[in-house]
Design a protein. Structure first.
Length: 203
C-alpha cells in the first residue's frame, strides 16, 4: 500500500510547509511530499522546497487569462503526480471549482482562528480587535467557501493581556506547526471520516 501523496500550496515564507517536510523527513509523518504549488516564484517557500528536494510548480497568475486557466494546468499536474491530498498552507488565492470539486474531501486548509470565528486573511488581528480571551488554530476541509469547510481538528491558544498581533501570531504559528502534520498523519492512516459537515477521527 503506497504512502499518501501530498501537494502543498503556499504563497509566503512556508513555515507550515517546513513543518510538513520536517515531519516527513524525521518519520513522524508517514507520507510522500510530492509537490509545492506557489503563486509567488520569489517566495521563501520555494527555496525551502528546493532545499528539501521537493518539486516546485511556481507561476505568475497575471500571465494567465484567469484563475480557471492556471488551475486547469495545476489540476493536470496533480493528476500526473497522482496526488491524494492537497494541503493549503498559507496559500493566498481563492480557489475555483476547477480544483475544489475534483478534490473535495481531499483538500485541507489551516486557519489561524477557532472557526467559524474570524474567517479570512485577518484572523489573528480580528481576534485581538474583538477582544476574545481565546483564539486558536483550525484544520478543515475546503468546500469553496471562505474558511467554511468541515472541521477536522482545532486547538485553542489563550490571548494574553499584553499580546500584539506579532506575539499572538508567533504562538499560533507554533501550534499550526504541530497540528497540521498531525492532522495529515490521521488522514494518511485512514483515521478521518467525512460525513456531511461532521468529521470523525478514529483511534
Amino acid at each position: 500500500m503506497r504512502k499518501l501523496r501530498i501537494a502543498v500550496f503556499a504563497s509566503g515564507s512556508g513555515s507550515n510547509f517546513q513543518a510538513i517536510s520536517d515531519a516527513v523527513h524525521n518519520g513522524t509523518l508517514d507520507a510522500d511530499l510530492q509537490l509545492l504549488v506557489c503563486d509567488r516564484p520569489q517566495a521563501q517557500v520555494v527555496q525551502r522546497a528546493k532545499q528539501a528536494d521537493v518539486p516546485v510548480f511556481a507561476f505568475l497568475p497575471k500571465t494567465y487569462s484567469g484563475r480557471e486557466a492556471y488551475e486547469s494546468e495545476i489540476l493536470t499536474l496533480l493528476n500526473e503526480k497522482e496526488i491524494d491530498l492537497i494541503v493549503l498552507a498559507g496559500y493566498m488565492r481563492i480557489l475555483t471549482p476547477v480544483l475544489v470539486e475534483p478534490f473535495y474531501g481531499r483538500m485541507i486548509n489551516i486557519h489561524p482562528s477557532l472557526l467559524p470565528a474570524f474567517p479570512g486573511v485577518r484572523g489573528i488581528a480580528q481576534a485581538l480587535e474583538y477582544g476574545v480571551k481565546m483564539t486558536g488554530v483550525t484544520v478543515h476541509y475546503v468546500d469553496g467557501g471562505l474558511d467554511s469547510g468541515p472541521i477536522i481538528a482545532q486547538r485553542a491558544v489563550d490571548v494574553q493581556e499584553d499580546d500584539t498581533e506579532d506575539s499572538l501570531a508567533e504562538r499560533i504559528h507554533a501550534v499550526e506547526h504541530e497540528l497540521l502534520p498531525l492532522a495529515i498523519g490521521w488522514i494518511a492512516a485512514g483515521r478521518v471520516k467525512l460525513d456531511g459537515r461532521r468529521v470523525t477521527v478514529s483511534s
